[in-house]
Write a protein that binds this ligand. Structure first.
Ligand code: HEM
Ligand code: HEM
Length: 198
């Protein structure tokens, strides 16, 4: 069966292997970025530490992977949620996942724009400089954009973390309380239990 549409393991429709790989790589990177963000020394924004540089480079990497993920999502059908799942739960799951997509774009975009607003290029793992977004000279001189964007990036990160927590709690609820197969939709086929019936 094609890898580009949903595939079936007996009863459970699952995401394609590309969608699964992108989900877990991005999830791991985002959780690392949040941990780094909290741990970084915020007083040293003008004199970035190696942790700052790592945070910024990983953030740009997430942005590039998210572009690939969105293109993949728009061009490949995702498996529909099971019909025996209550309608409100299906709406809640789809809404949270949609919101997570929006944050996956907003977080790197505000970070990149904030660095562009102070004309500080992001050094990608010590290898090359990621270009700044070109901004008018007046914006760079006034510094007003960066004073909005840095707090915005921080505030958004809290909401992002909140929605991620909801998403993870929902996955645990499905596995532990409802004891259904939802988690296996986002795991490789070999992880599915042998009696893969709902
Ligand atoms: C998915 C991507 C990203 C996530 C989840 C993320 C998350 C975070 C978090 C949690 C913080 C700390 C907030 C706080 O202390 O309240 C932070 C701070 C920061 N982030 Fe990001 N970030 C991302 C992408 C980026 C990118 C792409 C850049 C720049 C190119 C960037 C630059 C910064 C900077 C400079 C700070 C420190 C701000 C300050 O100390 O005032 N971030 N980020
Ligand atoms: C331990 C952590 C996580 C678990 C257990 C988990 C689990 C899952 C599962 C089971 C699905 C499929 C839901 C369905 O069948 O509709 C899913 C989808 C999704 N997850 Fe996660 N996830 C985790 C972390 C994250 C993180 C950190 C993010 C944010 C970047 C995220 C973003 C998404 C998105 C956007 C979807 C929808 C995929 C699509 O329809 O294209 N997940 N997750």
């Amino acid at each position: 069966m094609s890898d580009t549409t949903e595939t079936m393991s007996t009863q459970t429709a699952r995401y394609s292997s590309v969608a699964i790989a992108l989900h877990w790589i991005i999830a791991l990177l985002v959780l690392t970025l949040i941990a780094l963000g909290l741990y970084m020394d915020h007083a040293s924004i003008d004199d970035p530490t190696p942790l700052h540089n790592l945070h910024k480079a990983l953030g740009i990497l997430v942005m590039l992977l998210v572009v690939v993920r969105i293109i993949w999502r728009l061009t490949h059908k995702a498996p529909s949620l099971p019909q025996d799942m209550p309608k409100q739960q299906r709406i809640a799951a789809m809404s949270v996942e949609g919101i997570l997509y929006i944050f996956q774009i907003l977080m790197p975009a505000t970070g990149w724009l904030a660095m562009s607003a102070i004309a500080a290029p992001v050094v990608m793992f010590g290898l090359f400089s990621w270009p700044n977004i070109p901004l008018p000279e007046s914006v760079l001189e006034s510094g007003s954009l960066s004073t909005i964007l840095f707090p915005l990036h921080q505030w958004l990160s809290w909401f992002f973390a909140g929605f991620i927590a909801l998403h993870i709690l929902a996955a645990l609820y499905h596995r532990i309380i409802r004891r259904d197969q939802i988690i296996f939709r986002m795991l490789p086929e070999r992880c599915a239990p042998k009696d893969d019936a709902r």
